[in-house]
Design a protein around this ligand. Sequence first.
Ligand code: AMP
Length: 201
Amino acid sequence: MRVVLLGPPGAGKGTQAQIIAGKLGVPAVSTGDIFRANVSGQTELGQKAKTYMDAGDLVPDEITVAMVRDRLAESDATGGFLLDGFPRTIAQAEQLRESLADLGHGLDRVLELVVDEDELVRRLSGRRMLVDGQMVQRDDDKPETVRHRLQVYREQTAPLSGFYEAEGLLSRIDAIGEVEEVTARAVDALGSVDGDEPSAG
Ligand code: AMP
């Protein structure tokens, strides 16, 4: 199954992506994680991405799209994947559609995690991650950067909701509640996809 997980920063995409991908038996591909690994590994890609990430801006499409295309060509992703954090612009979505079409595939479903903005700010300012055995705040989770990332989301990524709705691919999921409750809603939405196959006649 080929699935995109859409939603603002702080909606719980990373957590849900891991769980849902595990249930589907496909790899979770997180562009944010790939960028962060490249930043800590001080690769050329990491150096290019870092300035944008620190500012809470999107890394330019050409860098991101090429990186995702390479990742999806790896053998574990040829049978399916769950994308977390990509696409984030209409241009990225169009490029993804083209790359998949070249391989004779398309997306099966887009899940949008819906959380209101007050809750997002609350979650992001309290969020910590484990680095070298210590719980630290991500540089781009600092309050001023959080506000900017939410604005970037509203302006550049939120339009994807309508884009995928028009394609009949979108399921909106209430992402407030316990992790397991949100997973159950997502799995429900994916389960109904089997019945969505175009009819044979
Ligand atoms: P995330 O972990 O998904 O919140 O991503 C962290 C940061 O990585 C973002 O704020 C962007 O700077 C960058 N990033 C991740 N995914 C993308 C993408 N699809 N397009 C552009 N930049 C991205």
